[in-house]
Design a protein around this ligand. Structure first.
Ligand code: SAH
Length: 435
């Protein structure tokens, strides 16, 4: 099982290497000391993570080659832009034309897109977003794994089912050894090349404990590690980077300060944003975004969330629906409409960084069974699979009824690969640096 295609190093310029994949060249950051031109490597999120023997690379490339071009062709066909504008108002046609040509749009125009209600018009928005996804990122689709190692949380975020509001939830905490073993299996057996380690804000693990875990995982296997432990402080971020973490997954949740304050007792948006900004400066890849459908949230807030995500130099956008949890203060609030989530993904694709990845979240799949297929043709190009041991994952109950909860990893991999194949997407991460 393989989630990345080997590439051949054709140039090395200090830390930046140029890598060739089936005739296409990409840049990646290298941290392997003895890498040479001519070597074959795996890259993830713009980092070279592993040097692989030529014979192994050639054999993988041979099996991939035909499929790779077939998938590419199918994707190209499905994402062709053939705007049927008959009966579409002139204003929308103009906005979508500009978007398709990569011309900047005014905030009022982006808001117009988020406010669309007519199904036919919304369909055109999705087509343009899908066209732009294909144009800038081709058919590659990131498939990262996530390990949720503790559901203890000292925080009281009003929407969150693992927050300290939920007195009914059985709590679990994986041992260091279990976390390291789980990561090892996910990488070596299931083929994941990028893993997110996530937990509630659990003071039981010190920064040194977390650093040891990251170090040990990286010592045993080649992998890109994203951390998602909440607000560990800037010093904590620094130590975890030194330990080998190269990505930070941390949603700012909402860019509306008043709403943020209401939903996060004792926390500030400022502190959360400082983590994200400083982490980027330290060299972390950033995965961030917000919740869609929070009580009191307006469409202008969603637009501001998208624009803020872009300003934060985000590698991967993560926007998912708020889903009410019965054991939280927001139990009675309704979730958002499916089309509002899809419109957010599409506008993120249009307004966001051109090379940004956009993930279809498990939250969205929980809200709507067709989320993955429809999200991937409305601008998204990434998915995350849950590799937490089954006995724990059912209690990582940030919201109820999580999609794929009862599925084993292999089942998740199989269904994901089928969805991707049907859409002409390749489960790869060909590595694109920030510039
Ligand atoms: N402690 C980490 C991880 C938090 S849980 C941190 O602070 O970043 C991961 C994500 O779950 C949160 O960022 C939040 O956006 C999402 N989440 C929590 N409750 C949710 C709910 N009821 N519906 C949808 N998403 C939720």
């Amino acid at each position: 099982m393989c989630y990345a295609i080997p590439g051949k190093v054709i140039d090395i310029n200090n830390k930046i290497v140029t890598v060739e994949y089936f005739g296409e060249q990409k840049k990646a950051i290298n941290e392997i000391d003895d890498l040479k031109v001519g070597d074959y490597i795996y890259a993830q999120g713009g980092y070279v993570i592993k040097n692989i023997p030529e014979a192994e690379a050639q054999s993988i490339l041979t099996t991939w080659k035909e499929t790779f071009f077939e998938l590419q062709e199918l994707d190209l066909r499905l994402s062709r832009l053939d705007l049927e504008k008959k009966g579409i108002d002139k204003k929308l046609a103009l906005i979508l034309d500009r978007a398709a040509e990569d011309l900047p749009l005014k905030e009022a125009d982006l808001l117009h897109l988020l406010n669309l209600e007519d199904d036919k018009q919304i369909e055109l928005l999705f087509k343009v977003a899908n066209f732009l996804r294909q144009k800038h990122l081709g058919n590659s689709c990131c498939v990262h794994g996530i390990i949720e190692f503790s559901n203890y949380c000292s925080q009281g975020c009003l929407y969150c089912g693992i927050s300290n509001h939920n007195k009914a939830l059985p709590r679990y905490r994986m041992t260091k050894k279990e976390i390291i073993e789980t990561a090892y299996e996910a990488i070596e057996k299931d083929g994941f090349k990028a893993l997110v380690l996530q937990s509630g804000e659990d003071p039981e693990y010190s920064i040194d404990d977390l650093s040891d875990i990251v170090k040990e995982i990286k010592k045993r296997s080649a992998v890109l590690i994203f951390i998602s432990f909440g607000e560990v402080g800037l010093d904590g971020l620094k130590k975890l980077y030194q330990a080998g973490a190269r990505g930070l997954l941390m949603r700012f949740e909402t860019s509306n300060k008043a709403l943020y304050d209401k939903l996060h007792p004792g926390k500030t948006l400022e502190n959360r944003l400082q983590h994200l900004e400083e982490a980027f400066k330290m060299g972390y890849l950033i995965i961030t975004g917000g919740l869609i459908g929070l009580p009191g949230q307006a469409k202008t807030d969603i637009l501001n969330d998208i624009l803020l995500t872009k300003r934060l130099n985000t590698e991967m956008y993560t926007f998912g629906p708020f889903l009410p949890h019965p054991h939280t203060p927001l139990a009675k609030v309704k979730p958002p409409a499916v089309k509002d989530v899809l419109k957010t993904l599409a506008v993120a694709r249009i307004a966001g960084g051109k090379d940004a990845k956009i993930v279809v979240t498990t939250g969205f799949e929980t809200l709507y069974a067709g989320a993955r297929e429809e999200g991937l043709i409305a601008g998204a190009n990434s998915v995350m699979l849950n590799v937490t041991p089954k006995k724990y994952s059912e209690n990582y109950s940030i919201y109820p009824g999580r999609a794929h909860a009862g599925e084993g990893i292999q089942e998740q991999i199989d269904t994901t690969l089928k969805v991707l194949r049907d859409l002409g997407r390749a489960p790869t991460d060909l590595g694109i640096t920030h510039d």
